[in-house]
Every structure is written in C-alpha cells, then in structure tokens.
Write a protein that binds this ligand. Sequence first.
Ligand code: NAD
Length: 480
Amino acid sequence: MEKILNYINGELTNPVSGNFFPTINPAIGKPYALVPDSDKPDVTKAVEAARAAFPKWAATPASNRSAILIKIAELIERDLDKLSLAESIDQGKPVKLAKSLDIPRAAANIRFYATAILHESADAHFTNEEAINYTQYTPIGVVGCISPWNLPLYLFTWKVAPALAAGCTVVAKPSEITPMTAYLFSKLCMEAGLPAGVLNIVHGVGPKAGQAIIEHPEIKAISFTGGTATGKIIAATAGPMFKKLSLELGGKNPNIIFADCDFEKAVSTTIQSSYSNQGEICLCGSRIFVERPLYEKFLKEFTARTKALVVGDPLDEKTNLGAMASDTHMKKVLSYIELAKQEGGTIVQGGKQVKLTGRCADGYFLEPTIITGLPHTCRTNQEEIFGPLVTIMPFDTEAEVLEYANSTTYGLAATIWTENLKRAHRVAAQVKSGIIWVNCWLFRDLRTPFGGMKQSGIGREGGFEALKFFTDEKNVCIKL
Ligand code: NAD
C-alpha cells in the first residue's frame, strides 16, 4: 500500500512515532493507502521549520513569491488527470467532477493569490493637512491551515495560497479522510522550488495533529474550514491565546423558489445545488422552499429528475453521484432519513443505501433523497446533514419564507429564484446568510467575500480580505 508522508522542511518524512493508519477508498470500501498518524512532535518540527523559513520568505519580493506560486499552479494543471483521479479515489466524488471543478479550482486559487500580490495597495489618510497616516501590512508569521474532506485540494489551496502569497510560512493539515492530493501537492511544491520550510504539511487526525497546530504558541493565526462543533473547540483553544481566527463552518442552506422564476433554470440548477458531490458541499441547498402556486409542478419535475440521476462508480463518466466520503458519514445521513420518518416526513424519492455490483459492491452509496411534509422547525430541517438529501416545503408569503429561511443557527449560503428584480434585492437583503445567489448557484468570483453568518463562521475568505487576514496591520502617522 502506498505510504503518504509528511512534508516538513522541504522533505517528505515519516511521522516521529512511525505510526500510520489506513485511508479508505469509499467507492470500494477498502483501505488503499497509509496516512502518517502525526502528533505534537511532528507539529513541533513543522513549526520550527516554518519559523526558520519565515524571515527570508517574508522578505522575498512579491514578484518572486508570485513566480513560484504560478509554477505550482502550472504543475497542478499539468497533472490534472492524475490529481483528479486521486481526488476521486480518495473522496468518492465522480472523477469528472474532480476534473471539471476541484482540480481546476485548486490551480485557480493559487493563480489568483499569486497575481493578487502584484496588484496590492495600501491606504493613506491625510489628516487636516497636518499629518499623513499610512497603513502597512506585514506577514503575521507562522500560520496554521486546517481543511476538511469534502473538497480536499480545492479547500486546502484556498487557505494555503493566500497565506504563502502574503509572505507567511505555513503548517497545514488536510483531512485525515482525504489526505492524498495534499501529499501529491507537496511533491509539486518541491518540484516548483518552493523553499524548504515555507509550507509544511502534517498529516493525521484532528484531536492529535490538528489540536497540536491550534495549541502551538508560535502559530499566530488559524484558518480553519470544517464542522461547527470543531470550530467551537478551535475557538475555545485559540481565542484565549489571542490568535487571529478565520472559521468557515457548517450550513443549512435555503433555496427560495418564487412562482415567477425561470422554471427550467430553477429546477436544473437546484438539482445541481442539492446533489453535486453527493450533497457534500457546504454550499449545497438542503431546504427547498417553493411558493405554493408552483409547489406541485416543481415537486413533480424535481422528483423525476432526481430519479434519473445515476448513482455509480465514481470512475464511470456516466455517474452523477459517486460514493459518500466514509462509512461513518453514510450512516450519519441514513440516521437522518430515519429521523425524518419519525418526525412525520414522507420519503418521496430515494431514502436508501445503494448496493452496486462488481468493483463497487462494498462502497458507500446513497440514493438522492427527497422528503416532504416536515415543518421548518424539526431537527431534519435545523441540523446540518451534508448529504444527498433535501426537504421540500411550500410557502405563501415573502415574510413566511424569510422566517423559515432564517430559522436555523446557520447562515452560510442561500439561493433565490425570481424574475422580479425588486423582490430579489428585497429578499436578498433580509436572508441572514453570507453568500446569496440569485438565479444561479456556485457562480464564483474569487474577489468576493466568502463566509458565513451566525454559527457558519467568523471572518471571510476570498479577495484581498484573505491576504489581509495573514498580515499584521500597522498605522504610521507622520506629522507634516
Ligand atoms: P471536521 O470539523 O470534522 O474536520 C475538519 C478538519 O478539522 C479536519 O482536518 C480534521 O482533522 C480537523 N480537526 C478535527 N478536530 C480538530 C481539533 N480538535 N483541532 C484541530 N483540528 C481538528 O469537518 P469535516 O467533517 O472534515 O467537514 C465537513 C464540515 O465542513 C461540514 O460541517 C461542512 O459544512 C464544513 N465545511 C464548511 C465549508 C465552508 O466554507 N464554510 C466548506 C467545506 C466544508
């Protein structure tokens, strides 16, 4: 079995303990590689390397940092097929999705920040013609980046790219469930000539390797994407240490569909926003609210198209939904389907595990599932499930749907479907989510602020905000 290795001080290394654990290919339900079971000593080594590398990297001209990062982006593009296949095997997603979304986006993340630093500017304030104030942004030091399993290389690079571009050195940990592409990425960094210690990747489980990153006193900022429960642990540890924190957490996103929408676009895009990546995208909409005059028509068409989706081998080009990321996660989603039944819901479509034959006979597959007849207040409609499962509910008025949409503790993303522009603005202003898409979904401009309200997180990624996050701001006032 292939052994994944840590990337510390420019070298691929075994964990200090020598211990590894298996990572599973969820489409076949079998281990296929070994992951370092890193702990505090590995993080200590990584932080030492990052500290040693920091002064030189921070002082490297932006154009030189940019050139190395662009080289890394080019290598990702060169290895598109290899990385897409690796992502699909590790995570369970259809390989065609990895090839069209995950891996191109990983390269785009790096290009975006590699070029952003060539166009940065700083503020200056003239005070009553008596003084000039200017703001300096200096890289904050060694930072920690921790990412989840759903979009492995995509989200890993979304953090690491701005940190490196800003001049920080990094200790990063990908999810232990999907470590493979971060490992392949470390090899590309070596090939691109990234100086030793600038990026260090420590593999392992959250409570050991992850917690050691959070607790390390020399790590000045933490950029974390993952579940809200983990976010709370991180905030509780890092808050009293006065670390800078960016937390991108869970969601329970509403889709608000008015009767005056473009029906075809609303249905086809909502199929995407419900089931892409098996519903394992933090931005997937899981609560679909349809204005009553359209409700029956929408439900009928949406159900027919859900039924037509192919659940299958992620390596098959015909597959729409691949494997769930893990057995544990598949069982969690199944337990919510049972809960929905207990809460009085009707399973209109799906609801069961899919047993494939052949290569994928032991894989973790689920039917895309539609549930109706539930109140917006029940647990199924309040808790994040993170799978190919949606509830559909009718509404009568704008005020009513806003109450439903805003009723959860989350506030990450929402979609609004209407051809009435005034209504689109009015409703968008009142939905308490950090990201609103009107008549589209996952249409991204990397310059825009990305993040959630309420328990979906604090801070924003994207644009120059993410670069600033990795810096210390200083105002210099000069009396004229
Ligand atoms: P998770 O919180 O279990 O794990 C995320 C990462 O945190 C992993 O690398 C894990 O090893 C690490 N971790 C776990 N415990 C830790 C600890 N005590 N200290 C430090 N690190 C620790 O999340 P997950 O199950 O991998 O991902 C799914 C969740 O991520 C969902 O809730 C989803 O909504 C969320 N998510 C959010 C966004 C966003 O942008 N808001 C994007 C993708 C996923």
